[in-house]
Design a protein around this ligand. Structure first.
Ligand SMILES: [Zn+2]
Length: 127
């Protein structure tokens, strides 16, 4: 099995040695009980796994009126209007809502990303 990493002396150039592979698996699954891993792996294989871009209580950033503002995620649900999309509700001033596919478009996980997006838009919402 090929795994991208810094190969050790035992690794073949085109393949990963078992020690490196076992080390990577151990690191990736550290602290996760085996029965939980089995549930997650079955969900991934069955197309039922979703990885949230953020969780309730996290802060996200947007600049709908020019000024970059922080919002705290208070509620996440599967959208009824847009099936297979997640819908996020946030408190702020004013409150903010977004879909998962709007992260990186209208909503950002860091203030720096929100500021960069505002600059890319050329400050169209400034003023
Ligand atoms: Zn190796």
């Amino acid at each position: 099995m090929k795994y991208m990493h810094n190969p050790c002396a035992e690794c073949d150039p085109s393949d990963t040695c078992l020690n490196c592979l076992f080390g990577a698996l151990t690191a990736a699954t550290s602290g996760i009980p085996l029965d939980q891993l089995e549930i997650y792996c079955a969900a991934i294989r069955g197309g039922r796994a979703v990885v949230l871009p953020c969780k309730v209580g996290d802060t996200v950033y947007a600049n709908p009126i020019g000024l970059t503002t922080s919002y705290v995620v208070t509620f996440i649900c599967i959208s009824q209007e847009r099936p297979s999309h997640l819908f996020f509700c946030c408190i702020g001033n004013p409150d903010w809502e977004f879909y998962d596919d709007e992260i990186g478009e209208t909503t950002f996980l860091t203030p720096a990303e929100a500021e960069a997006a505002k600059r890319e838009r050329g400050g169209e919402n400034d003023g």
